[in-house]
Design a protein around this ligand. Structure first.
Ligand code: LLP
Length: 400
């Protein structure tokens, strides 16, 4: 049990707290599901990019799925071996492509024909052969929130099958490209297995048709997306997930790469915030807290639900909006949430905040970002100090 009260007292609020043991359990459960098969779990760094979190996964044997050269640098700095680092993303700059090739990472995940041309050109300039995979868009509806759905043709991600095939042939014939993998990712917070299976079948068919023309790929990258329970969603069991992928791949000998982010970190993270005031505007009850949309934007951006626990409180619950101090009506952590009467300094624990929480934060309203804490067994440690006013203005003040 994590002593949230003690942590809030020692480190102040708002505060992010991560349960490193829980992250480990999640990692191992997924790794176990693919046991006996060549597989790499490449942690999606964007979900929670704190260096200590990335290092924690690196020590468990994880690779890293990165979407900027900054994330690649983080992964390397945190000890992820270069041969387990993947660089994805629809809009890579030339300097990012160059650095990725020079860093000799596992592969660059290419998302358009134009990008393939740039990668080839830059590799030629460097006298190198760039390892690539191609992100295929299988046009499958993942049945998740439209903002985090990526595998349909009206999304900006990946290329269609016919274009992908053309690109593999171009890569195979190039002295500066080495096609080693194939990739798809249809969306995030997936709670149904069927769309993943269908996508895997489509991409595995493409893999077979490439084998038939002598293009042998080593890596079958199934992206991330495994959903987690925020409320009472049904979720996909790692075993069933692995079996679905394996059945789509039957007869093909490849290393499976999986890029989980949320599955590894969401439910291992908590956001602690303190109650400032309560007020009633006519019929509506508001609980004002010291955390805000700049700390945790998921409720505002996706209407995402996060369970809230009022620590050590009892009394009759009534519906309230939990809102932060930021000057926006969209600044809320919960809408119409049943809470007991709250007083100044009471503590709320916002659950499932370990993925896309701190990382999507900002300094909006000149608010310093929260501190981050790791809890591992009986050990508690700071893994990012709280930003102060000086930190927030540091890059501007010299120009005053
Ligand atoms: N691989 C690729 C290519 C991705 O685009 C993503 C996430 C992942 C892996 C990791 O997906 P995960 O396992 O975490 O579902 N900010 C949103 C989620 C954005 C996901 C973007 N891509 C949220 O808070 O729900």
């Amino acid at each position: 049990m994590i002593d949230f009260k003690a942590l809030a007292q020692t480190y102040g609020t708002p505060l992010y707290v991560y349960d490193f043991d829980k992250m480990k359990t999640q990692f191992e459960s997924l790794k176990e599901a693919f046991r006996g098969r060549k597989s790499i779990l490449a942690y999606a760094v964007k979900a929670n990019s704190n260096l200590s979190v990335v290092k924690h996964f690196a020590q468990l044997g994880s690779g890293a799925d990165c979407v900027s050269i900054g994330e690649v640098r983080r992964a390397l700095m945190a000890g992820v071996p270069k041969y387990r680092i993947i660089f994805s993303g629809v809009g890579k700059r030339d300097d990012e492509i160059r650095e990725a090739i020079e860093s000799d990472i596992l592969y660059i995940n290419v998302e358009s024909e134009a990008e393939l041309g740039r990668v080839e050109m830059i590799a030629r300039e460097l006298g190198a052969k760039a390892r690539i995979s191609i992100r295929v868009n299988p046009n499958i509806d993942p049945k998740t929130h439209p903002y985090i759905s990526t595998g349909l043709h009206d999304n900006k991600f990946g290329v269609e099958i016919v274009a992908a095939k053309r690109m593999y042939i171009q890569a195979k014939n190039s002295d500066h490209l080495d096609p080693v993998g194939i990739h798809f990712h249809i969306g995030s917070q997936l709670t149904e297995l069927e769309p993943i299976y269908e996508a895997a079948v489509i991409v595995a068919d493409l893999l077979r048709s490439l084998q038939a023309i002598d293009i042998e790929l080593k890596f079958f990258d199934i992206g991330g997306g495994l959903g987690v329970r925020y409320d009472n969603e049904t979720t996909i069991e790692p075993y069933d997930y692995a079996q679905a992928i394996l059945s789509a791949l039957k007869g093909i000998d490849v290393t499976i790469i999986c890029e989980p982010g949320r599955f590894l970190t969401a439910n291992a993270g908590y956001f602690l915030t303190k109650v400032l005031y309560e007020k009633n505007n006519g019929a509506k009850r508001f609980v004002m807290v010291d955390g805000a949309m700049n700390d945790l934007i998921r409720p505002s951006l996706y209407k995402a639900y996060h369970r809230i626990e009022a620590l050590d409180k009892s009394g009759e619950e009534s519906i309230a909006d939990v809102v932060g101090p930021v000057c926006e009506s969209g600044d809320f952590l919960a809408k119409n949430y049943p809470l007991p009467p709250m007083e100044h300094n009471d503590l709320l624990v916002i659950h499932s905040a370990g993925a896309y929480g701190f990382g999507m934060g900002s300094n909006y309203n000149t608010r310093g970002r929260s501190a981050e804490i790791a809890v591992e067994g009986a050990n508690v440690r700071l893994i990012r100090r709280r930003e102060n006013f000086e930190d927030v203005i540091a890059l501007e003040r010299e120009y005053l």
